[in-house]
Design a protein around this ligand. Structure first.
Ligand code: FPP
Length: 233
């Protein structure tokens, strides 16, 4: 079998529509979406994917009704509690990117606890983008560079793309090779704008709750069929 992409990023879209099509509350769609997270993570471990980044909550998602937002945090807390034994068994290391300090206290606590418990795991790193905005991430990095320059610790003339990348939440991870977006939308929605510069995009019409391990393998096969030239010939 061909070497899998080292890092897969996914925009998990369509939970709400999946629920609506079935006359169910939106949160039911998110619950089923969490089951897809479980399956896809398992498959990444099985395939040897080193990094999996999932867009779970954007800074724009606070605009949704309180009931949905609160329900998502509760769902995440339950998911983390329930999945910890599996993550330990499978060697999944949990990390998070985004403005984590703005999350509800109980969610932050559960997240920190799970990140610590899984920190020595070596198979797949599961990175959850929570309260994430790529533009805020880049602006924060720019602010950090400006502060360092002002303090005389950094020569502005020496700033390169690597200097900025080192101040992003993702500094310690390689850039994603493959971006998957479900539910057919052709948008980046403020997700990893910098990091996805050379990623291959695979858009599937399936709603996230219907996305399967088979679909993940299909997306990886499509990735392998593409010729990546990184601007060369
Ligand atoms: C997009 O569907 C999905 C979200 C905004 C939330 C994603 C959350 C999960 C998959 C479950 C919890 C997460 C984890 C990591 C266990 P949408 O609601 O925008 O769907 P729509 O576009 O059809 O309304």
């Amino acid at each position: 079998m061909m070497k899998p992409p080292r890092h897969i990023a996914i925009i998990m879209d369509g939970n709400g529509r999946w629920a609506k099509e079935r006359g169910l509350p939106r949160l039911k769609g998110h619950e089923r979406g969490a089951e897809t997270v479980r399956a896809v993570t398992e498959e990444c471990v099985a395939l040897g994917v080193e990094f999996l980044t999932l867009y779970a909550f954007s800074t724009e998602n606070w605009k949704r009704p309180d009931e949905e937002v609160g329900g998502l945090w509760v769902l995440l807390e339950h998911f983390l509690a329930q999945e910890l034994p599996t993550m330990m068994k499978n060697g999944v290391r949990l990390r998070a990117i985004g403005r984590i300090h703005e999350l509800p206290e109980s969610t932050r606590a559960k997240l920190a606890e799970t990140i610590t418990a899984t920190s020595a795991n070596k198979a797949t790193t599961l990175i959850l983008a929570l309260n994430y905005s790529s533009r805020i991430e880049i602006a924060d990095a720019a602010r950090a560079l400006a502060a360092e320059a002002k303090d005389g610790k950094l020569d502005p003339a020496a700033i390169t793309p690597d200097t900025l990348a080192a101040r992003l939440y993702t500094a310690e991870y390689p850039d994603p090779d493959l971006l998957i977006r479900t539910s057919g939308e052709m948008r980046l929605s403020n997700f990893l704008l910098w990091q996805l510069s050379y990623a291959e995009f695979v858009i599937t019409p399936k709603m996230w709750p219907d996305f399967s391990k088979q679909d993940l393998r299909g997306a990886i096969a499509e990735f392998h069929g593409r010729e990546r030239r990184f601007g060369g010939l």
